[in-house]
Design a binder for this molecule. Sequence first.
Ligand SMILES: NC(=O)c1ccc[n+]([C@@H]2O[C@H](COP(=O)([O-])OP(=O)(O)OC[C@H]3O[C@@H](n4cnc5c(N)ncnc54)[C@H](O)[C@@H]3O)[C@@H](O)[C@H]2O)c1
Length: 357
Amino acid sequence: KRMKFSRTILVTGGSGFIGSHLVCSLVDKHPDWRILNLDNLDYCCSSRSLESVEDRENYTFIRGDVCNSRLVNHIFNTEPVDAIFHLAAKTHVESSFQSPSSFHHVNVDGTKVLLGAAYRARHQPRRFIYVSTDEVYGASTDQVFDESSPMRPSNPYSATKAAAEFLVTSYWDKFKFPVIITRSNNIYGPRQYTEKVIPRFLSLLQMDKKCTIQGTLPISRHFLFVDDAIKAFLLLLEKGTVGEIYNVGTTCEIPIVQLARELVKMVKNVPDSEVTDWLEFVPDRPLVDLRYPIRCEKLLQLGWKAQVSWAEGIRQTVKWYQDNPDFWSDTSKDQGPGGECEETADPVRSVHHLMEQ
Ligand SMILES: NC(=O)c1ccc[n+]([C@@H]2O[C@H](COP(=O)([O-])OP(=O)(O)OC[C@H]3O[C@@H](n4cnc5c(N)ncnc54)[C@H](O)[C@@H]3O)[C@@H](O)[C@H]2O)c1
């Protein structure tokens, strides 16, 4: 049965925001590829994110922890994995100050386990793509970062992403294991969990609450629509040069205050004079990086270009949150960012079970 698939792709964190878009895109576009998703369904996941692909023949879900070396080794011993997209991570910057060790565990140890297993696999993977972030550069005022800029992470989240990058790079340096690293700007779109800024503002407004803006500094972010990010990742799978780092960026930089104003106008339909009534300024704790401008010539040279304008991307995103107001309400009620997820009693057995289906 397996013979009919020409490639096997393992996505870790495939049930998360970006991961679910990546998995859906791979499953839809490549019926002849087998897509495995390894995810432990942390608090930021909804099983509904993958509804559209869950019954597809070329999709297999493995519920488990990327830090579980027994499970991860088992996957690489039994599946001919050709390429890995490693997205599984703890991702919420603010919680990273409260529980830095869980960030270290998943983001660093998890990457170590996955790299080791992939490297030792009988069937040698042709690509290991590590999805990192612009936050590894640290904050900028004027400087635009390119891939050779130094990493100066300034919070536990970005520090663990940077640490994982060093591990990934070491497998290239020492073994020529075919890794690629992506560093992307903020990604936004449908199905993003409500702790991230755009869905947070949208869900506050939907509950008739004000958008809370932290601090008084002119914080801004570059926003890339999720479909454009996925296109970049898929292009890098085919055309990226191994051992290289690629920034995945956009010129669309938006001050957070302006973002809140735009969303208030879109959701509440109020005149300009009343927009400020929907904003609330709260103290900054901890201090947030100002901005992360990046240059992405290397990726542009491969033929990638962001195609979805901010106006279009945010329109689609707002519409999705309006059409799906209850999508996150079940998960967010009983689990906060500290909420841990129970693993299946015997993950290896459950993998067997899944794979026999
Ligand atoms: N969202 C962004 O703006 C952005 C930007 C740049 C890079 N990234 C990176 O992209 C990746 C995905 O981010 P996202 O925004 O989709 O985050 P997300 O929090 O929505 O998804 C993370 C996924 O990882 C899974 N996960 C967490 N711990 C795990 C573990 N121990 N074992 C297996 N799975 C586990 C979660 O269940 C979830 O499905 C992350 O590595 C993040 O650092 C995100």
